[in-house]
Design a protein around this ligand. Sequence first.
Ligand SMILES: *Cc1c(COP(=O)(O)O)cnc(C)c1O
Length: 443
Amino acid sequence: MRSTKTSAHLFDLALPTIPDGVSSPMRAFRQVGGNPICAASGNGATLTDVDGNVYTDFLNAFGAQLLGHAHPAVVEAIRQQAARGTVLGLTSPLEHRLAQRIVESTPAIEQIRFVCSGTEAVMTATRIARAHTGRNLLVKFVGSYHGHSDVLLASPTTSGIKTKGVTQGIPENLNREVLLCQYNDQAQLSNLFAEHGDAIAAVIVEPYATNMGFVRPQPGFMAEIRRLCDQFGSLFIFDEVVTGFRFTFGGICNLMDIDPDLVTFGKIIGGGAPIGAYAGKARFMQHVAIGNTVFQSGTFAANPLTMAAANAALDVMAQAGFYEELERKGQLLESSLNKAFNAHNIPFLFTRYGALGGVAFRDSQRAMKSYKDVKTQHYEIYTKVHQLMLDKGFLMAPSLEEPIFLGAAHSDDDLRSFASALGEAASEALAAHRQAFPVLLPF
Ligand SMILES: *Cc1c(COP(=O)(O)O)cnc(C)c1O
């Protein structure tokens, strides 16, 4: 039986100095219950905790570690750069190289700037949109997450819509500058534009909703956002912090035939080091050039340590066949999981794109379309599944509203054994649930 004694002990010691013992809330496992674990190390597809338990990792640092932990090429790049200075307070060739590679990878963008987190990237992109349009309103989708800046956590307090990341401390006037729309709801979006179009600075959207578990855009939805933004002179911001470089070498906009005005990156592109980037057409990006109205800076922005790690990671991702191999792994997980779910008569639907997917914990073969659907899931089943999977040696995201993150380091065996373990765990959790609630509500 797995012991988490050392983790528990370390959490106890940390609680007086760190609220909840963590610096980012999901790590406290409040959404899944059970004892949170403290990490000791990561290597490839595995993560080892302080008690010596080894997990095959399907959290992958919330998707940041596409190459797996401690990829040798990235480690070597960081080691060499560390000896030459970690932050130099000036620009560097490493920064220029990374900028050029990312701009070349994605036809929708012409210029790019680096910051240290996705939060900063999105915050600045929205600032540019507001400056460019001279308007204040932002349209966001219910259940999305775009980082923790005031502007992206603001939501209309009067809407009564249950959204995520609700927080106090946001000035009331900021809350009034946001309009909420259900993901995939074209009619609601057109109504919002019909009523407020002249005041909308930007629509910000995740091209695939990865902060609601995993929800795909319906055909035509992104094109409709583009059309409305064009009609009303609003900017279209693609938040690719999760999707960028996950499915192809560049933004997912390359694959979707969508031409956003601004694109934000983060997570993967740092090769495991802290990063964010905002990019787009020069006429928008030029606002941050000196004297051109919008301010953004950062002591650690484009620091050489991150730039070295990022360039090394991009070298690996640029290799021929890299994304084809990820797609093959995604397919293998899908077929293995469907087999396991069938064998145990589990009614849950697994949806996937490339090496990213999610299980909808509800009795329906209809894919989820919006946060309303997401909230129809049986969260308590996932709680049990999460704990059972840890016992079986698999780390999943400590929230049902995160996807299953595959990476280049997962072997075929990892994927097959994960699928069969998830089949067993879901079956056991479902049986326990059915005892308490004989009818699993179908949707
Ligand atoms: C994680 C995330 C962010 C925020 O990035 P941080 O680096 O955590 O600040 C922004 N947008 C999306 C879609 C994300 O998933």
